[in-house]
Design a protein around this ligand. Structure first.
Ligand code: GRF
Length: 208
């Protein structure tokens, strides 16, 4: 059984997409071993509990410094012997030490077509605000492997979404989730668990 850990900070709709994909058989032979959050009021926790998934709250503020927080997070995730760690709206920037502790085993979902509107400062509604301000006609979402540089790791899947003239940041955010994020995150997990991809020179290639 392929063991997934999901790290969340908010609503958890992407977590829900993974749960649904496992429940409806789109993702086979896998289970979510744990849902970890830095926010005790994250609605994602409720989604996990509704599905009898173990949850763990590890708050940055409970530690003297960020490094000690990360060490605790690393220890907990190692204990779980995970095959894959999914950052699904996890609002903590992770260090090189964290990334190296789970090499090529961490993926992230970002609500734009990377490299556009990605990297430091581009999170949540700020991404969609940037897209609308620039007058982009197309945006989308990206699932990528996590490296020490924000939103810079090898790209696994992207999906485009049209921007409408009357879009607000909120309507665009919702459509990017519905039309892209909730589809490509389970697809990316399937590619990894079924060993359909490899990383060559920092680029994800399909294994035929
Ligand atoms: C999503 O837009 C995701 O792309 C970004 O954070 C948001 C999380 O939403 N990284 P949710 O908590 O999964 O609903």
């Amino acid at each position: 059984m392929f063991k997934i850990g999901v790290l969340v900070s908010g609503n958890g709709t992407n977590l829900q997409a993974i749960i649904d994909s496992i429940n409806n058989g789109f993702i086979k032979n896998a289970r979510i071993e744990t849902v970890v959050t830095n926010k005790e009021d994250a609605f994602a926790l409720q989604r996990a509990k509704n599905n009898n998934i173990e949850t763990k709250i590890i708050k940055v503020k409970s530690f003297e410094n960020k490094q000690l927080y990360e060490d605790a997070l690393i220890d907990y995730l190692k204990e779980k012997e995970l095959d894959l760690i999914v950052l699904a709206g996890f609002m903590v920037i992770l260090s090189e030490k964290f990334v190296n502790s789970f090499k090529n085993k961490i993926i992230n979902i970002h609500p734009s077509l990377i490299p556009a509107f990605s990297g430091e400062g581009y999170y949540g509604l700020k991404v969609h605000e940037g897209v609308l301000k620039r007058g982009c006609k197309i945006t989308g979402a990206t699932v990528h492997f996590v490296t020490e540089e924000a939103d810079d790791g090898p790209i696994i899947i992207q999906k485009a979404v049209s921007v409408k003239d009357d879009d607000t940041e909120e309507t665009l955010q919702q459509r990017v989730m519905e039309e892209a994020e909730w589809l490509i995150l389970p697809e990316a997990i399937n590619l990894i668990l079924n060993k359909k991809i490899k990383i060559v020179d920092n680029i994800v290639r399909r294994i035929c």
